[in-house]
Structures are given as C-alpha cells and as structure tokens.
Design a protein around this ligand. Structure first.
Ligand SMILES: Cc1ncc(COP(=O)(O)O)c(C=O)c1O
Length: 350
C-alpha cells in the first residue's frame, strides 16, 4: 500500500501496525476530539430523507445561515464538498494569473490545485521560527493557510493586509481558524467587503469532526462567487451536510468547550513533547503541533504503529521539511498521555 499524502489514512496505518483500523490511535488527522456535537447523530438518523432528494442547487438555506453568521449577504458565499473541493476553483483563478506565490511548507492540496491548472508556483518558505515574518515584495497571486498547516503559525490580520497591497489575488485558507478563540482571531472575513481581490476558504470538517460528511465554503466578492458557481458541478454538497452546516455554526457552547479544551491540552502536550530528549515542538495557534525530531521520522512512525498502534503524521509530503519532522493533532488528555508515553519509551535521540 502506498504511503499516504494526507493524514487520517487508517487503512494504511492498520496494515503497517497489523491491527484493525479502529484500533489505530490517530494523531495524523487534525480533527476536534470533542466532536461532532452530540445531537448530530440523531439529526442524521432522523433526516435520512435528505439522502433521497436532490439538495437545493442554490443552497439558499445554508448560505443564508452562513451569511448571517459572518454578517455578509449570501451572494458572498458558496459551499463546497470540503475546502479541498473549493481549492480547485481558486487554483484555477490563481493559475490564470501565471505566477503564484505559495507559502511553504504547504498543504498538499494547495500544490494540487495550482498545478492542476498549470500555475507557475513560486514557493516562499515561511520562516516560522522567527519573530518577524514579512511577505516577499512580489506582485503575484498569493495562496496560504492561516493558521498555517503544518507549522501552526498564525499570521496577524495586519501582516495579511500588507500582503493584499499590490497583489491581483490573495487566497487565505482559514480551515483551522475556528480553533482560534475570538480574542486571538485573525480572520479576514470582517474586512472581506473592502477587498474584491481577497478570497477566504473555511472548513467545517475539522472543528466539527465531520471529515467524512465533507463541508466547506468560500467567501469572496459576488462576481467571483458567480464564476465559481458556473464552474462547479451541480449538487456538489450533499443534502445532509447542507442541512447540518447552518446549525453547526450556531453551536456556541460547543465552540467554547473546544477553545477551553485546546487552551488546556495544547500547552500540556507541547510541554510533554519538549521534555522528551531529541524532540522540539513549535508553538501553534491550531489544534496540532509540528515537532522536529533528532531521529528520522519514518522509522519512529513505524515503531509507534507496530508497538503502540499510534499514527503520527510524517512530513515527507512537505518537501521543505523532509524526514526529521512530524505533526500531531492535539487530542483528549488520556490519548495525549499515551502518545507521550510511547514516544518516551521509543527514545528519539540520534
Ligand atoms: C490547510 C487545509 N486546507 C484544507 C483542508 C481540507 O479541508 P476539508 O476537509 O474541508 O476539505 C485541509 C485538510 O487537512 C488543510 O489542512
């Protein structure tokens, strides 16, 4: 079986580990361990008729809810089958500009979306270990994620406003922004209406732990949204996801519980990792941590799988990082503890 390009490939992990996929403790996919909210299971059971009918091709109800939540008009929003699906259309637009600056290391799907349409990708390596980060002074289109995957770095709104100057198109993938509590939120959605050349992507699959259901949305000027709708296949969001999306974003209690959990568990996990000789975790604004390892990770990953049934995300698919980094999701306290024990037991010094 081929080594996965993304996190969450339990079938591959189970084959390496020699166990059932359900027995794998997965730190490779960055999903909220508190989710989905408890009522989602009942909702799915009582709304199975939504799988029989065609969804509204205009997704009026869902867009109305999302728009109200973000204080925008529905014409500024279009839903997709996960943020990854919508990356295809922003990739097409960016590629039409010719050269595109891509903040690297980049989520693999950013590369896919740009290369699928023949973009000239100009990688710009994010110096995430430094305090001062300034974007290159070029005039190309720009694609980045904020918080940044895989480093967890959070660009400030001011940094991004600077980057918006002199560029024809800027796409900010905010798939992990929901994990940032309101006091630290750096989303560009509140300023979107001022910048017709700004596009924002959001995902509901991570924060609400519905990666299999698939739901994301793009926010942009209505002319651009109209273009994406022309390019899109009809009904690309399934009826259940469309009905759930508008309810999920109103889940204030769930959001608060998530911020509380993360505020407690992320520093604990980071500190725990830092005490293991040979490991260096970086600070993160998201629900995952990037870790530098003195030992090559593929071998460590294999031992964690075979001996402990634990899956960590290697960074081989991020060419700038190579074999000496890994990424782990922050999970519930007892799972994080299991990871720390397993890593301590394997030993990571070179
Ligand atoms: C930066 C980034 N954007 C988008 C996605 C995909 O999100 P979705 O599940 O909504 O397609 C991921 C998944 O890991 C991601 O890391």
């Amino acid at each position: 079986m081929q080594r996965p390009q993304h996190g969450g490939d339990r079938l591959w992990a189970a084959q390496v580990a020699g166990c059932q996929p359900e027995a794998v403790l997965d730190f490779s996919a960055n999903l909220n361990p508190l989710g989905p909210p408890a009522w989602v299971r009942d909702f799915i059971q009582s709304h199975h008729h939504l799988l029989i009918e065609y969804p509204d091709p205009q997704y009026r109800e869902l867009r109305r809810h999302l728009a109200a939540f973000h204080h925008l008009e529905p014409a500024w929003i279009w839903p997709g089958n996960g943020a990854a699906h919508l990356l295809t259309w922003v990739g097409r637009e960016l590629a039409a500009l010719g050269t595109v600056t891509l903040v690297t290391p980049a989520f693999g799907d950013h590369w896919r979306a740009l290369q699928a349409f023949g973009a000239q990708v100009q990688p710009w390596h994010l110096p995430w270990e430094q305090k001062q980060v300034a974007f290159p002074a070029d005039k190309h289109g720009l694609l980045l994620s904020n918080p940044h995957n895989p480093t967890g770095y959070l660009f400030t709104r001011d940094q991004l406003l600077d980057a918006l100057e002199n560029r024809p198109l800027v796409v900010v993938d905010e798939s992990f922004m929901d994990f940032v509590p309101p006091a630290q939120d750096q989303s560009l959605i509140p300023v979107l209406e001022r910048f017709p050349h700004l596009v924002i992507l959001r995902s509901l699959t991570k924060f609400y732990a519905l990666a299999g259901l698939r739901l994301g949305y793009v926010l942009a000027h209505p002319d651009r949204i109209a273009r994406y709708r022309e390019w899109d296949a009809p009904w690309s969001v399934n009826g259940l996801a469309a009905a759930l999306g508008g309810l999920l974003i109103q889940e204030q209690d769930f959001a608060q519980r998530t911020w509380d959990w993360l505020a407690q568990e992320r520093p604990r996990l980071q500190e725990g990792l830092a005490t293991i000789p040979g490991l260096h975790p970086y600070p993160s604004a998201a629900n995952f941590l990037l870790v530098k390892s003195a030992q090559p990770v593929p071998d460590l990953q294999q031992r964690l799988l075979v001996k402990h049934h634990i899956l960590i995300r290697d960074t081989l698919s991020y060419p700038e990082l190579g074999p000496n980094y890994f990424r782990v999701a922050v999970r519930l306290a007892q799972d994080n503890q299991r990871l720390l024990q397993a890593l301590g037991c394997e030993g990571v010094t070179s």
